[in-house]
Design a protein around this ligand. Structure first.
Ligand code: ATP
Length: 512
């Protein structure tokens, strides 16, 4: 099965089992907007809790806030979003479809890369065991030519984007002979800048001063509350402010399921430090954040750092943590050393002094900031795509199982009476009553036990408890573990400690 087919199956699975639905489904959906179903919202809440606790419980000097989505419009002037939060877009005059100019070029590059891979495959077949891939890649003339092409396009694209040269960007699209995938023509408009912020209007003001923006990131809510939190919490530098919340971006290219959405959630933490100490803290957060990811157990090989060589003018270090999504390595989290840019700009635009008096140094300064910014939905996507497994069983049957880390799994235990007989359901209900205060449990009595196991595998439940006729006599039940499918008889009173040991969030937090 190709990666693409696997990804399609995963998307269908998440809908069938209540993880993710297209928004407004009965109206045929709304592009790049999704709803989380009964399983999805549990999983999402568990991810949030893991992140929130890792920030606020493990670090005495990090506190969390929840700021409003609407903010004073001047904030987005100060942050640079009104003037520079743009994507270059281009329309095809025949299909009337709109594209991001840089994405058209990246897709074109991906096609050339695919040609290179095809050439390598051909070489493999031709030379068999004697095939030396490294040498082949370095010497094959077709590959060399295509590599050169890619380098040239990349350089020209970077220059055009950095210089905001929209004419050069269009020329590059023409030179690459890129055609619209729908109309098949090269009938392109000029490239224009398109601001990604959604705007709306305050009810009691009709002119431009009433324009409000839906926040495109949660970070600004933290910056503008710096003084409030520092003073009310008597926080001493270094300290951090964490926040989880919705952000909105009018993305032109919305695709790859929940990877790029128009409404999504971010988990951001801004860590305020002394000027001059920021690179030390940047390193610390770069390492700590990777540990947070690795504890989830999706495999070190699925993560990589992408250190930025070209930095935004206000940043002095930046890295992305990339994840190996079904469509390749892509950004999951950004970690940036943002100097005093944000607080400095808010000081300038608000006219309020935003400074910290450092009692140890006996001076006041605008603190420097290290930002860690992770997409909740992208973390969700990483989890489901790594957890989704189609397995062939010894008896020839197949099962689909979501191998979530037990601490993050939406349902922790399923309680299953073997049949609907009252002697059994009474015992099972009693077990439910004991477990439900601490764990998210499901009770199921319909269908064969095999079918019920399959349904629990499909949503990733770590444990199934089966009550049978022996249970009434000996007070023991069958405990089935999801991954190994092993079954053991355990006394009813042991279920709670066994499950707790397995699903406790502590297991994850201890590894950070
Ligand atoms: P990209 O380059 O993929 O557009 P970005 O660099 O614009 O991302 P940031 O502004 O650094 O992203 O946002 C921080 C995090 O928020 C990203 O690492 C990502 O996980 C998440 N994020 C950003 N845009 C979206 C989106 N449209 N949908 C879902 N998550 C997003």
């Amino acid at each position: 099965m190709t990666q693409e087919e696997l990804f399609k199956n995963l998307i269908a699975h998440t809908k069938e089992y209540g993880f993710i639905f297209p928004s407004s489904d009965i109206y045929d959906g709304l592009s790049a907007v999704y709803d989380y179903g009964q399983m999805g919202s549990e999983l999402k809440n568990n991810i949030k809790k893991y992140w929130w606790d890792a920030m606020t419980k493990l670090n005495e000097n990090i506190v969390g806030i929840d700021s409003a989505i609407f903010m004073h419009p001047k904030i987005w002037k100060a942050s640079g979003h009104v003037d520079a939060f743009n994507d270059p877009l281009i329309d095809n005059k025949d299909s009337k479809k709109r594209y991001r100019a840089d994405v058209l070029l990246e897709d074109h590059i991906a096609k050339i890369e695919a040609k290179i891979e095809k050439e390598v495959e051909k070489g493999k077949k031709k030379f068999g065991d004697a095939f030396n891939e490294e040498q082949f890649r370095a010497t094959n003339p077709n590959i060399q030519r295509n590599k050169e092409k890619i380098d040239q396009i990349k350089t020209k694209m970077a220059d055009a984007l950095n210089n905001n040269d929209l004419v050069a960007l269009k020329q590059l699209i023409l030179d690459c002979e890129i055609v619209d995938p729908i109309s098949g023509t090269r009938n392109w408009t000029d490239v224009r800048q398109f601001n990604l912020m959604f705007s709306t209007q305050l009810g009691n003001i009709s002119d431009e001063s009433g324009i409000l923006y839906l926040r495109p990131e949660t970070a600004q809510g933290i910056f503008v509350n710096f003084l409030n939190v520092q003073k009310s919490g008597r926080m001493k530098i270094p300290f951090g402010i964490a926040q989880i919340g919705k952000a909105f971006r009018n993305e032109i290219v919305a695709r790859q399921f929940i990877f790029r959405m128009r409404e999504f959630e971010q988990m951001e933490m801004q860590f305020f430090v002394r000027p001059g100490e920021e690179l030390k803290w940047f390193e610390k957060w770069r390492e700590t954040r990777l540990k947070w990811h690795l504890a989830i157990g999706l495999g070190r090989e699925n993560y990589r750092y992408h250190d930025h060589e070209k930095l935004a003018h206000y940043a002095n270090a930046a890295t992305d943590i990339e994840f190996n999504f079904p469509f390749g390595f892509k950004e999951l989290e950004g970690i940036h050393s943002r100097t005093d840019f944000d607080l400095g700009r808010h000081q300038e635009f608000s006219g309020k002094k935003i400074q910290y008096f450092d009692p140890e140094q006996n001076t006041s300064y605008i603190p420097y900031v290290i930002e860690t910014s992770i997409g909740l939905d992208r973390t969700f996507l990483a989890l489901i795509s790594a957890a989704y497994k189609q397995e062939k069983l010894e008896n020839g049957e197949e099962r689909v199982v979501m191998k979530f880390h037990p601490a993050l799994a939406p349902v922790k235990v399923a309680v299953l009476p073997l049949t609907k007989k009252e002697e059994l359901t009474a015992v099972a209900q009693k077990i439910m009553q004991e477990l439900k205060f601490d764990f998210n449990c499901q009770y199921e009595e319909k269908d064969t036990i095999g079918k019920r196991y399959r349904r629990q595998d499909a949503i990733g439940t770590p444990y199934c408890v089966t009550v049978d006729f022996d249970s009434i006599q000996d007070g023991m039940v069958t405990l089935r573990e999801r991954d190994s499918m092993s079954q053991e008889r355990v006394p009813i009173e042991k279920i709670h400690p066994i499950v707790e040991n397995k699903v406790s969030m502590k297991r994850l937090l201890e590894q950070i």
